[in-house]
Design a protein around this ligand. Structure first.
Ligand SMILES: Cc1cc2nc3c(=O)[nH]c(=O)nc-3n(C[C@H](O)[C@H](O)[C@H](O)COP(=O)(O)O)c2cc1C
Length: 201
């Protein structure tokens, strides 16, 4: 059975444009694969991930047999997030742009699933991600047309740590220009919706 993990990161919850586009894709996916298991995680609202700090990172790098009760709890939380990711065949990411970056809550999420020796290893050729064999769909919403103007379809500005963790098959759908004018918003959303229809066909 296929498992799809949907990660939404909008502070606007299901009203966020990125969430709505991701939801549309997931609805189409569900129609096509009625037996698929769908797991939804909202890292910005329903289940905010704490920011990584020295204590939490310290728990990750302490040997299991030497961890305190608190450290075990931190690692168990991270392990649960990683387990959920590992079990997913398809990952759908609702990705807003806030202040020219990914939402800080999403960064916190990646900080909790990027663990040396668990989800990636250091090699002389750079980090080698362990979460391979997954298909990732990113639904990126932004107020401006920055990606278009710079001729960059995303990696620099809008790509989170998927590739670093081994998820190389990443497909982006962009809804851009949402804050420029009502017409620009309509056009940006229409393009994204058409792209979703193409992907779902
Ligand atoms: C706090 C905040 C910061 C934003 N920063 C940017 C930005 O730097 N560049 C941009 O193009 N749009 C920016 N926007 C517009 C959002 O990208 C746009 O509203 C998008 O729809 C947000 O995704 P969401 O609707 O899923 O929350 C910002 C919006 C908010 C609320």
């Amino acid at each position: 059975m296929t498992t799809l993990l949907q990660i939404n990161a909008s502070i606007n919850d299901d009203n966020g444009q990125s969430s709505q586009l991701a939801n549309q894709f997931v609805a189409a996916f569900r129609t096509r694969y009625p037996d698929a298991k769908i797991v939804v995680r909202n890292v910005a609202t329903a289940e905010p991930v704490p920011h990584l700090n020295a204590e939490r990172f310290g728990a990750f790098i302490t040997k299991a047999e030497e961890r305190s009760v608190e450290q075990h709890a931190v690692v168990a939380y991270s392990d649960r997030l990683i387990d959920e990711l590992k079990k997913a065949d398809v990952i759908v990411l609702g990705l807003p742009m806030y202040n020219f970056g990914v939402p800080s809550q999403l960064k916190a999420y990646f900080d909790h699933v990027a663990r040396a020796g668990v989800t990636f290893t250091y090699t002389d050729k750079g980090p080698a991600g362990q979460l391979t064999g997954k298909k990732v769909y990113v639904f990126a919403a932004r107020g401006t047309l920055v990606g278009v103007r710079e001729g960059s379809r995303g990696p620099r500005i809008h790509t989170p740590s998927c590739r670093f963790l081994g998820m190389a098959d990443v497909e982006f759908v962009y809804a851009e220009g949402l804050a420029i004018s009502p017409q620009s918003k309509e056009e940006g959303l229409a393009k994204a919706v058409a792209e979703i229809a193409r992907l779902a066909a």
